[in-house]
Ligand binder design. Sequence first.
Ligand SMILES: Nc1ncnc2c1ncn2[C@@H]1O[C@H](COP(=O)(O)OP(=O)(O)O)[C@@H](O)[C@H]1O
Ligand SMILES: [Mg+2]
Ligand SMILES: [Zn+2]
Length: 425
Amino acid sequence: MTIKEIKHCSFCGIEQSASIPLIAGAEGYICGACVALAHQVVSNWSRKKALSKMQDTLPIPAKIKDHLDQYVIGQQLAKEILAVAVYNHYKRLKHESGDAGLGQFDKDVEIGKSNLLLIGPSGTGKTLLASTLAKIVGVPFVVADATTLTQAGYVGDDVENILVRLLDVADGNMANAEWGIVYLDEIDKLARSPEQPTGTRDVSGEGVQQALLRLVEGSQVKLPNKGRHSKDGVDVIMDTRNILFIAGGSFPGLEKHVEKRLVPTNSAIGFHAAVNQTVEKPNLEAMLNATQPSDLRKFGLIPEFIGRFPVLAPLEPLDVDALIRVLTEPKNALVKQYQQLFAFEGVELVFAHDALVAIAEKAIERDTGARGLRSIMEQILRKSMFDIPSRNDVERCVVDADVVNGFGEVRVEQKTDEPRREQAG
Ligand SMILES: Nc1ncnc2c1ncn2[C@@H]1O[C@H](COP(=O)(O)OP(=O)(O)O)[C@@H](O)[C@H]1O
Ligand SMILES: [Mg+2]
Ligand SMILES: [Zn+2]
């Protein structure tokens, strides 16, 4: 006569039954609920482990900014805002993981995230800031181009694919991906422009805003089933509550909306005109600094979307001095790059100061910020880059303003002692 042994979960003590099967181990048993709980605890470990790795190097805002300074010229305000946003993102991450290293804190205070919006003319460093940031933050980071996104059901990328990429960058670790940062580039292209009649393009732009809103608001998002992440047909869900979103756009014409608000039109005409002549028209930079959410709404972003980006970071247009610095100062500055290319041929490449000024002025004419610099450089140096490899008598190439303006050629200084390479033939 044997009494059937009653089995219990070794963790919670629950009794085995038809509805509660137990998994047997060498020394005991475990129930399904305890397995699920254990899984949760373990995935938290990996987040903690990643956190403790960042622990010693938790970048304070000043350090993040220092790093950005090495690659991005100017844009002090935007850099500071970004540095603080990223730093706070880390702090929230530690706070929610219950890390004690933060000093005294109230566990009941939930720190909300502050998504931010970079606004500035084309070619002033928005994408550069985001991609540089991606290199220095210790959390998964993806850059997504809003122009490639489409409303569900249309041809193109669904917004959920951004999250799939984030999960990829996190090596499939969902816990880490859920603390990532997403940069949404060219967000202004999603605006429905009030001047144009409602066309298909505009409708879909607004549709994408709606679709993005779901991610940005923070919700449980089902990732598209591409077979890759879905095991055994189980839906993969990502919680976007803690993902930091940074959006960027050039918002051409936004300043007009700001100006209309700041300078009422009736003061600019008639009786007041004489008075106003002495009042300086606010410049683009001042306009950007004064930008408010209502201006973005007039521009064509939906209010719900704007509401999710409470921090606005303006980027300033780059003037001649700034463009010269862009050409020469950053770690991978264009002048340094071309000098390196010439150095491979044993040739020194020299830019006279007036040449740099002329290049900067040309770029400003094109109105594409620093973006036009490379093609201007290519034009200037194309002939030299073609000729130099077939010669070995060149010591130095000198570029001055005349070359830039098309009035002369790059001055070639020959080596004094070495003979000219004989042409084969
Ligand atoms: N503030 C800046 N400092 C250094 N380089 C810059 C800056 N702004 C733009 N550039 C250069 O111009 C290129 C285009 O800049 P990008 O960041 O793409 O401009 P946008 O603001 O339009 O996103 C960059 O690859 C970079 O080489
Ligand atoms: Mg850009
Ligand atoms: Zn149990």
